[in-house]
Design a protein around this ligand. Structure first.
Ligand SMILES: Cc1cc2nc3c(=O)[nH]c(=O)nc-3n(C[C@H](O)[C@H](O)[C@H](O)COP(=O)(O)OP(=O)(O)OC[C@H]3O[C@@H](n4cnc5c(N)ncnc54)[C@H](O)[C@@H]3O)c2cc1C
Length: 561
């Protein structure tokens, strides 16, 4: 256990608390989250202007909650369109994979949200610009890093040939696939060698058409093809380069129009925003932290696009990193917390890469015999089955999580992403995050005993945690007025907690599924641990405290002024 004295959170001797290298989606989300917590961020971006060409076309419901945490929830609706489903079809149109998406997914957002990536990036850029804590310097290419233990100095070459340097406590490389920061760290990279080249065509349709389902993968060995929504009015078509075909031939605009024509996309019906070939990879860096320098996003991992998880994974990386850096900068924990970052994120991302590769192996088949064998096997396995629901968000299987009674195992719901439902609280009815807030959450089932001693309560206060007692959906009939607990009914606060009504019973069902009555949830929505009975909450809080090695000084949250 660390000494219970705060580090000085005010780091005026450095130019910034954190330098974020790269202002793509990963870097932008990190800059915003840190600035929202009051930290000074310098974001260094080599491009003078925002990148206007799309790559990602969709994000899942879990990523929607994370994006909402950056303060752009209100605008997301305008740039996204919910996808209805995802099918991989044989050349003759039979579904090999058939997933139906819900508009009201388990995280309070649609299961799958299509978008035009530049629109998302411009929302994030506007949000970052509105935060005084973010200084975005464009036209600055990071060319040197020197970790001096007390601070890190970053050397930058500007387009004008001027060299500058900036210092910070931490540096995070969000500088994409060809990351300078990753090269600088010298970390080894595991490459699965699964790589194919595809032609991407992004079009803006002049007519309004409905595509059912929204996203389709045509597994035709004559030309594996992807057709996906990419936000209002936009659609992406991708065509795999065939063996013996030259990339230069694919990269001609006439080729794009020739391949688009069978899909009723012609110069008369659409604008071709761009067409270009893209070689995808499946690889990850082994070490995401060396000293005070870290990696996130494409700088740390690349995956085939078939599961739409590249950008989502980068956003998960930086959400996971932002609360860790916040605790560290506040002096509430020590650097070891960041070792858990590598382990947790690399393990989860590796699993996403492997499942994207598995999907890719099914899709990128150009040998007619192999395709026919695949169709027979997969269709036999699917016989009689209708569309499936998407898998829940990928759980964490290691890292900063409580362990089961044996001390080693991680048992669900620990590691899972907690669903998000609507609650009725002091300010009205809305999604949990909007009514209660974000951060650590200690959530009690209706009627569960909230027994925490002063030290545990003080620790939660330092963390900025929310202590939440649920009331049943049908409050009048099912609330046990004599149930123990410090929280007044109807959302009144007792100083460190709030009572909310579980309007649709989302939390009640989730807790009942695991037979638990308390959950401790991390700021990235992963369940730290769950339990039942008197003493469960106290045990979880104590465990979190000891895993953080927590120096939780009395009387100060360590937050920057
Ligand atoms: C065809 C395709 C389809 C995809 N579809 C999806 C999808 O549907 N869903 C999904 O989640 N993901 C998808 N992805 C993946 C997604 O696009 C990427 O994972 C995501 O854009 C990566 O974001 P990033 O911020 O980590 O990196 P980038 O967007 O590459 O940003 C890195 C930034 O760092 C800057 N930079 C680089 N070097 C330096 C330096 N030395 N100094 C300063 N700045 C520097 C760059 O200019 C850039 O702005 C897809 C990718 C492709 C190619």
């Amino acid at each position: 256990m660390l000494e219970e004295s705060p580090q000085d959170p005010h780091t005026a001797e450095t130019d910034a608390d954190v330098i974020v290298v790269g202002h793509g989606p990963t870097g932008a989300v990190l800059s915003i989250l840190l600035a929202q917590s009051g930290w000074r961020v310098i974001a260094l971006e080599r491009r003078k202007q925002p990148y206007l060409l799309p790559r990602a076309t969709s994000f899942d419901g879990e990523t929607a909650i994370l994006l909402a945490a950056t303060g752009i929830a209100g605008e997301l609706d305008q740039i996204t369109e919910a996808a209805t489903g995802y099918q991989c079809r044989t050349a003759s149109g039979e579904p090999l994979v058939d997933i139906e998406f819900a508009l009201d997914g388990p995280y309070g957002w649609p299961d799958a949200n299509t978008m035009h990536q530049p629109d998302l990036e411009s929302l994030l850029a506007a949000r970052a610009a509105a935060l005084p804590g973010v200084t975005l310097l464009r036209g600055r290419r990071v060319a040197g890093i020197s970790d001096r233990e007390k601070d890190v100095v970053v050397r930058v070459d500007s387009d004008a040939g001027v060299a500058e340097s900036f210092s910070a406590r931490w540096v995070v490389g969000c500088d994409g696939a060809n990351s300078f920061v990753r090269e600088h760290l010298g970390t080894s990279v595991t490459d699965l060698g699964f790589s194919y080249e595809w032609l991407l065509c992004d079009v803006e349709l002049r007519d309004s058409r409905v595509f059912v389902p929204t996203n389709v993968q045509i597994c035709d060995p004559a030309r594996p093809t992807t057709l996906v929504g990419s936000g209002p009015g936009h659609r992406r078509f991708e065509f795999m380069r065939l063996p013996g075909e030259r990339a230069a031939e694919l990269n001609r605009e006439e080729t794009a129009w020739r391949l688009l024509a069978p899909h009723a996309v012609t110069p008369e019906t659409a604008n071709l925003l761009r067409s270009t070939t893209y070689l995808f990879h499946a690889r990850w860096a082994e070490q995401w932290r060396v000293g005070h320098v870290l990696l996130a996003g494409d700088a740390a991992h690349l995956m085939p696009p078939f599961a739409g998880q590249g950008m989502c994974s980068g956003i998960r990386d930086v959400v996971s990193l932002s609360w860790r850096l916040d605790l560290l900068l506040r002096g509430l924990t020590a650097d070891h917390l960041l070792d858990g970052y590598t382990e947790e994120r690399r393990t989860q991302v590796r699993a996403s890469i492997l499942s994207s590769v598995q999907l890719g192996r099914m899709i990128c088949v150009t040998d007619p015999q192999a395709a026919s064998a695949r169709d027979v096997t997969v269709l036999a396995g699917r016989r009689g089955r209708g569309p499936a629901r998407p898998e829940p968000a990928r759980p964490l299987v290691c890292g900063l999580l409580t362990r089961g009674p044996s001390g080693t195992g991680i048992e669900p719901p620990t590691g899972e992403v907690v669903p998000q439902g609507r609650v009725l609280g002091p300010s009205g009815t809305g999604l949990f995050d909007d009514i209660v807030g974000r951060g650590f959450v200690l959530l009690f089932a209706p009627g569960a005993a909230v027994r925490l001693d002063g030290e545990q309560r003080s620790f939660l206060t330092r963390l900025g945690a929310h202590v939440v007692q649920l009331e049943p959906g049908d409050r009048a009939s099912s609330r046990d007025a004599s149930a123990p607990g410090p929280l007044a009914a109807g959302g009144a606060r007792d100083g460190d907690g709030v009572a909310v009504t579980d309007v649709d019973g989302v939390y009640r069902r989730y807790l009942a599924r695991y037979g638990v009555d308390v959950l401790l949830v991390r700021p990235d929505y992963h369940v730290f641990g769950a339990g039942t009975g008197v003493g469960a909450a106290a045990a979880l809080v104590d465990d979190l405290r000891s895993r953080l090695g927590a120096a939780v000084p009395a009387g100060s949250s360590g937050r920057p002024a």
